[in-house]
Design a protein around this ligand. Structure first.
Ligand SMILES: [Zn+2]
Length: 580
């Protein structure tokens, strides 16, 4: 719930009336059942372990990813999700699997090496052990060292990295050609810091596979080896990189699991993450955590529906995309193949920011009043947490941010409200993102358990509101149209829990106090609009004009004042003049 509103308006939670803007129930039995099930048996960490330790990293085009697609389908079916299917979105030219990736220093000390190599790049032919040498740093050295690099590893120390397959007339191009002619095992590059990152280019040709092995090791280990070499000590290293290329095309799929809706079954709510990962570690934070929370949310929701006998109004689709790391390929291709779905999708929510807990969502001015009602059960859940830093907050934005770089972007570009959950917590995403540290032990169970509940409840609430989410202002770059978000108008009161229009207390120096309003006064009209609920009140306040007449009822009489939010003034309350 938005802090600034919560401060001034306290919602009447006892009422059994549905929420005024969305028609959602105030006491949501399914949300309660989700929480009860999660309390009894939250399985999110089990899903995560099965995926990232049981199956492992999931590079798009790898056999691990195919296994993960089947695993996800099976698990969704186990949870009782009725409609589970995979949709092929495309194919990769060549498959790539890493079976083993290890390296060590043999001389002058024994030391295992931390390392990365790019995906779809070659490994070694069995274990390749040989001297580690510094490469030549100019043409003279190059000519003098001909014939001495065969079956050796070459430590690249910064400026002198070779350029392969280049006809340019410069030293780096000559160095590339030299290494090819010499027949080196491969090159060893030193990373900028202690993180070794995995990336890679998938557009390769089966008939012309890459042939040069290029290893990256972290800065500290690299410096140590460079010091030995610079001191004239012989260094011997050994790498065993057992990689396999598979002739394509290799078909790629997104996984879809749907809970069918009832009266609005054509409309969709999509909750998801991406099943693929880079393969330098086990793809835990990116994006095993998002897969695990999506799956646990599906399980919790299915259990809660069985418990209560309720069904969502819209269809809830849990979606696991692949090819995300190569440029949102699985979501973009799916959207191209299913353009007719776009106008029926109310919202897409993507959890792809690692293990930190889901801490809120962005909302545009049009979304804000809806989100206050949709997400209210989450707000309540979080306020009941004890001794815990977890918070939940709706953040007001002019437009939804594009370019965060996950699958919601693909939808947002098609005009569909696409959200990337805001996240907070103690995990340092930079430390794990695409690095050697992205492993199961760097996921935080408490956060994962929280996030699964947030996703389950949000899916349910979004699916049951009266309307689809408005999309008029999600990508609107014209700030003038969004001015209402800038000048929110506060009445300067706390409203009663039981009657959303009745003043309980006044805020010191607020406009209501300036006008002479008192506890017990009840708002009846704003800017000529009759009020029958707090939703009416908030809607009337949100309208543009900075000056509005306010009417209240006190002792059976109507009193009026004019509030001016721009000047922060209010005229003294006056009894309504009745025409004679
Ligand atoms: Zn990701």
């Amino acid at each position: 719930m938005l802090a600034s509103l919560a401060l001034l308006l306290s919602f009447p939670q006892e009422s059994t009336e549905p929420w005024p803007v969305t028609g959602l129930p105030r006491e949501d039995l399914v949300c309660e059942a989700i929480l009860a099930e999660a309390e009894k048996d939250n399985q999110v960490m089990d899903h995560l372990r099965e995926l990232v330790d049981g199956i492992g990293p999931r590079l798009t085009s790898s056999s691990n990813l195919s296994e993960a697609v089947s695993w996800a389908e099976d698990r969704f079916l186990d949870f009782g999700i009725p409609n589970v299917r995979r949709v092929q979105w495309g194919e990769f030219p060549v498959g790539f699997d890493r079976r083993l990736m290890q390296g060590r220093v043999v001389e002058p000390i024994k030391m295992p090496l931390i390392l990365a190599t790019r995906a779809w790049s070659p490994g070694t032919d069995g274990s390749e052990r040989g001297p580690l040498l510094l490469g030549p740093s100019n043409d003279e050295e190059l000519e003098a060292s001909r014939g001495s690099f065969q079956n050796s590893w070459v430590l690249l120390t910064g400026t002198k990295s070779p350029r392969f397959d280049s006809d340019a007339d410069n030293f780096r191009a000559r160095l590339g050609k030299f290494f090819d002619e010499e027949g080196i095992y491969g090159t060893v590059r030193i990373a900028r810091n202690e993180l070794v990152l995995t990336g890679g280019r998938y557009k390769i040709d089966w008939n012309d596979l890459p042939t040069r092995t290029q290893v990256t090791i972290p800065k500290e280990q690299g410096r140590k080896l460079a010091q030995f070499l610079e001191a004239g000590e012989a260094v011997e290293v050994e790498f065993d990189l057992d990689y396999q290329f598979t002739e394509g095309p290799i078909p790629q799929w997104d996984v879809l699991a749907e809970i069918p809706g009832s009266d609005k079954a054509d409309e969709l709510i999509i909750m998801g993450g991406h099943l693929d990962s880079w393969d330098g570690a086990t793809g835990t934070n990116d994006n095993g955590t998002g897969v695990a929370t999506t799956m646990e949310a599906a399980r919790l929701l299915a259990a809660a529906m069985r418990e209560t006998g309720q069904q969502p109004r819209r269809t809830i689709r849990f979606m696991l995309w692949t090819g995300e790391e190569q440029g949102l390929l699985g979501s973009l291709a799916y959207i191209r193949q299913h353009p007719e779905e776009m106008e029926r999708i109310s919202a897409v929510l993507v959890h792809d920011g690692g293990t930190n807990y889901l801490s809120g969502l962005n909302a545009t001015p049009l979304l804000l009043p809806l989100f206050e009602e949709i997400l209210e059960p989450i707000d309540r859940m979080v306020s009941a947490y004890e001794g815990d830093e977890i918070r939940f907050r709706i953040k007001e934005v002019d437009t939804l941010p594009l370019g965060i770089g996950s699958d919601h972007d693909s939808y947002l570009r098609s005009g569909v409200p696409g959200f990337f959950w805001n996240q907070a917590g103690e995990s340092n995403y930079t430390y794990v993102h695409h690095t050697q540290h992205d492993i199961y032990d760097n996921a935080v169970p408490r956060y994962e358990e929280h996030s699964a509940k947030v996703i389950a409840m949000s899916a349910w609430r979004l699916a049951n509101m009266d309307q689809m989410l408005p999309r008029e202002d999600i990508l609107n770059r014209n700030r003038e149209n969004n001015r209402s978000s800038r000048n929110r108008k506060m009445l300067g009161v706390f409203l009663s829990e039981d009657d959303g229009l009745l003043i309980d207390r006044l805020v010191k120096d607020g406009l209501s106090e300036k006008a002479g309003l008192k506890p017990g006064d009840r708002f009846t009209e704003i800017a000529g609009q009759k009020l029958s609920s707090q939703g009416d009140l908030r809607r009337a306040l949100r309208e543009d004009e900075d000056i509005k007449q306010i009417a209240i009822l006190r002792d059976g009489k109507t009193l009026k004042s004019t509030f001016n939010w721009k000047e922060k003034t209010a005229t003294p309350l006056e009894e309504e003049m009745v025409a004679e």
